[in-house]
Design a protein around this ligand. Structure first.
Ligand code: MLT
Length: 267
């Protein structure tokens, strides 16, 4: 199993394929296994690398009280360095998109193209910040099982497959409590990167789930409109997690991004 020592932590990553590198950054409260269909479906065009972020999955547990987006972005930079990779296609889902945008700000030289999936550039407002605190209380009070019920309802589309429900539940129930708390604190204090969007000069695609209630398609289109030349793919019959709910159109959109061609599933 591959690990790399990055910023004092052992980071686990799963990889597949050969060729130019593509790094897949998972969301909250997930792990690298979010991307298993991408590791399989894109191995013929890319060296796919899906890490577990610090504290998540099989990576080292963390004692950090706050996992900031900058810290996680710096870990991605460190992972690329450890693997001897000069730049990569950077794909991030939701919190992974926050990290991808932080990476663009901190180390744009590492980013060959950008895939932003069900994510946003803005910061949390007062209500969202209060909701983070309430979520931490519920996690500590009721445990991961009840939290998984909540997230399965919130993140999957209207008619989730059993496979998607099972995969999501495994990821949530496998995430350490301290990581849940520290990453919620990091997202709560993340900075607004809206002003950064017009500076994105690499090929980009924004992918959204048609049934995502957390970041609805209109928000995905708004994000895309702010990035010069970005394309938009809205994935039918998917909520917040198109990579596991509808992997084929996601893989297709990413292939089109990598090849710089028009997106077939565009609408
Ligand atoms: C995620 O999917 O990573 C989270 O829902 C993002 C967030 O809570 O802002």
């Amino acid at each position: 199993m591959p690990y790399a020592r990055v910023n004092g932590n052992m980071l686990f990553y799963r990889e597949s394929g050969e060729g130019p590198a593509a790094v897949f950054i998972h969301g909250f409260p997930l792990d690298h296994s979010l991307w298993l269909d991408q590791l399989k479906g894109l191995a013929h065009v890319r060296h796919c690398i899906a890490p577990d972020l610090r504290g998540f999955g099989k990576s080292d547990p963390t004692v950090d009280g706050v996992l900031t987006m900058e810290m996680l972005a710096d870990d991605i930079a460190g992972l690329l360095e450890a693997l001897g990779i000069a730049n990569a296609d950077i794909i991030g889902l939701s919190m992974g998109g926050y990290v991808a945008l932080a990476l663009w700000e901190l180390r744009p030289d590492l980013v060959r193209s950008l895939g932003l999936i069900d994510t946003r550039a803005g910061a949390d407002g007062p209500d969202a910040r209060a909701a983070r605190d309430a979520m931490v209380d519920r996690i500590l009070d009721k445990g991961r099982g009840a939290f998984a019920d909540e997230i399965v309802r919130a993140q999957l589309g209207r008619t989730p497959s059993r496979r998607a429900q099972a995969r999501l539940r495994s990821m949530i129930e496998g995430t350490r409590y301290e990581t849940l708390v520290a990453s919620l604190a990091g997202m709560k204090e993340r900075k607004d990167r809206t002003a950064l969007l017009p500076t994105i000069s690499v090929p980009s695609v924004v992918i959204g789930g048609e049934e995502d209630t957390l970041i609805p398609p209109d928000k995905a289109r708004e994000l895309s409109a702010a990035i010069p030349g970005a394309r938009t793919t809205i994935v039918p019959r998917a909520g917040h997690l198109p990579p596991i709910e509808q992997p084929d159109p996601v893989n297709q959109a990413l292939i089109e991004l990598f090849e710089g061609r028009k997106v077939v599933w565009w609408r």
